[in-house]
Design a protein. Structure first.
Length: 112
């Protein structure tokens, strides 16, 4: 994720899934991808344990992500494709990100 910066974040809670996401753009302003954190509350069905993913615009595949907290610098490690992501989690993430990406596009569109 070289030369990308966060520009837009959103949070939502539906009946079963909590989600927070941060949109990253490249130096030209194009969408690079989303860092996403999702989980469900205890007692919900299906229960989804906390999971962080990177959804790259380049290949559209969810990758596992995890924080790397150091003494002075923190970063996020992006791993391989998350082949174990639950279908309902992935569907919710993709639908929500599509809405939020549209919202972001409208917020940066020049006013006529």
């Amino acid at each position: 994720m070289a030369n990308v910066q966060p520009v837009f974040d959103r949070r939502t809670v539906n009946s079963a899934i909590n989600m927070w996401a941060l949109l990253y753009v490249d130096e030209t302003g194009r969408v690079a991808g989303w860092f996403v954190d999702t989980y469900s509350e205890k007692g919900t069905t299906p229960f989804l344990s906390p999971r962080m993913n990177w959804f790259s615009r380049e290949d559209e595949k969810p990758c596992r992500a995890q924080p790397d907290i150091g003494d002075f610098v923190s970063s996020i490690k992006v791993g391989p494709e998350d082949e174990a992501i639950e279908p309902q989690r992935e569907a919710f993430i993709r639908a929500t990100l599509a809405d939020w990406e549209q919202e972001y596009a409208e917020s940066v569109r020049p006013k006529a």
